[in-house]
Structure formats: C-alpha cells, structure tokens
Ligand binder design. Structure first.
Ligand SMILES: [Zn+2]
Length: 243
C-alpha cells in the first residue's frame, strides 16, 4: 500500500476527500502530524526540536515537508512499552481515520512522542503511516536543529532524536536495508535507518540490519574501537527510496 492509500482504505468519506485533494497536487510534500503524551507535552522546547530535526531530515530528502502538532496532548495508559507503542497508538489512529475518537490523522505519518525511556526496548514502533517514539525528555534537551551539525557524537539525546527519524522513515515505507554506516577517520557514523543497531551485539545486529544495504553499501567491518556518531539526515539510499 502506498502512503496515500491509507485513509482511502479505511473507507472514511471525509478522509477520502483529503486523499483526493492531495492526489491532485504535485510534487507532494510529506505531511506529518505529531501528538505528544501528557508527560511529553510538559517538556519545554520539544515541539521546536521535533519540528527542527524532522523537518531538516525530510526536507533534505526532497519534495518538502509539512509538520503540524495536534492541539492537545493525548492521555496514555503508560509512557512506553510495546502495548502503548505498537497496539494502543495505532488503534487510536485507525479509530480517528474512521471518525471515532479524538485523533484526527493525516495521510502520511501520524507520530506519537511519549516520555518513555528510550534506553528500554521497544524504544519506538512503526508501521505504514503510524509511528511512536519514546524519549521526549531527551529530544527536548537537544540544542536547536539549526545550530547542530548533521552528524553528532553518540548520546542518549542524539539517539532519541535519531529514533524520531528512524520510526518516521518506517512509517513512510523505508527499512533498515535503506540505512548506511560510514567510517570517518576514527569514527563510525550510523544513519537513521541503521541507528544504534550498528553497535548492538552481533546476534542482534545480524537479525535487524543487513550487512549490505539495497544500494550496495556495506557496514564498516571493525567498529569496536571507533568513536560512535549519529547522522541526523537520511542516507542517500533512504532518500532515493523516499522519492
Ligand atoms: Zn527499525
């Protein structure tokens, strides 16, 4: 299903109208709507950071981007955990798409940001058109996107910020096989779709990330002694797939 097929597939009359209008306009910007949990909404600066980093990454992928924020936070049964991220939130989005409940979804990406601990698994979740991430507190602590280089040293706050791009990438239909990792001198740089998997145990990494991406790029061999850095823009391979 392409990213414009979601609302149409729900059969909601209102949403079909939205999808029809979008189909008539090209090139289409990617449309992302963001919801904060009650606890996430309490972090000052979070909205600016999400808009800044997500906007910069999607804008660099071409086609433009529109990010808006739901007017009021959502109350969740918990700030993290598989049930909230992978079951509760997708259900709320689908209910909203058929006109039930308070969530008013958009055609491309419906992103929930919670205050859960991004160091615990699952830190995020996505399926087509729906994404959920923990880590609001950490993302809010990032410096402004406009003042931050596109590659930064590994930190929890940077990893939480990269996780936003990772899950939104999944919601737009790209996978770990579109990520890349590069050596830069003594450092190794992971793109958003590879992310922290690069430094996971061999068993975990091999399960989640192919040694060679769909564009033919391979992961650096020895990563053990290298400085870890995170790229806050999508790899070229992911950009090609997003277009
Ligand atoms: Zn993933």
């Amino acid at each position: 299903m392409n990213r414009r097929g979601f609302l149409a597939s729900t059969g909601a009359v209102l949403s079909l109208g939205v999808a029809g209008r979008r189909a008539a306009r090209r090139p289409d910007p990617v449309v992302v709507r963001v919801w904060f949990s009650d606890a996430a909404a309490a972090h000052e600066g979070l909205e600016a950071r999400v808009e800044g980093y997500l906007g910069a990454a999607l804008d660099a992928a071409g086609g433009g981007v529109e990010i808006d924020f739901a007017p009021s936070p959502v109350s969740l049964p918990a700030e993290g955990g598989r049930h909230v991220l992978a079951v509760h939130w997708p259900a709320k989005v689908v209910e909203g798409a058929v006109g039930v409940g308070r969530v008013d979804p958009v055609a491309d990406v419906n992103l929930l940001v919670t205050d859960g601990d991004p160091r615990e698994q699952p830190a995020g979740y996505a399926r087509p058109h729906v994404a959920a991430v923990t880590g609001a507190k950490y993302v809010a602590r990032m410096p402004p996107a406009a003042e931050t280089p596109s590659v930064v040293p590994y930190s929890v706050r940077a990893a939480a910020t990269q996780l936003l791009l990772h899950e939104v990438g999944h919601a737009l239909g790209i996978g770990h096989e579109h990520g890349s990792a590069d050596r830069d001198g003594d450092a190794v740089v992971a793109s958003p779709m590879v992310g922290s998997y690069l430094w996971a145990s061999r068993e975990v990494r091999e399960k989640h990330v192919p040694d060679r991406n769909v564009c033919g790029g391979s992961l650096p061999g020895d990563r053990s002694t290298s400085e870890r850095r995170l790229r806050l823009r999508y790899a070229d391979c992911a950009v090609q797939a997003l277009r």
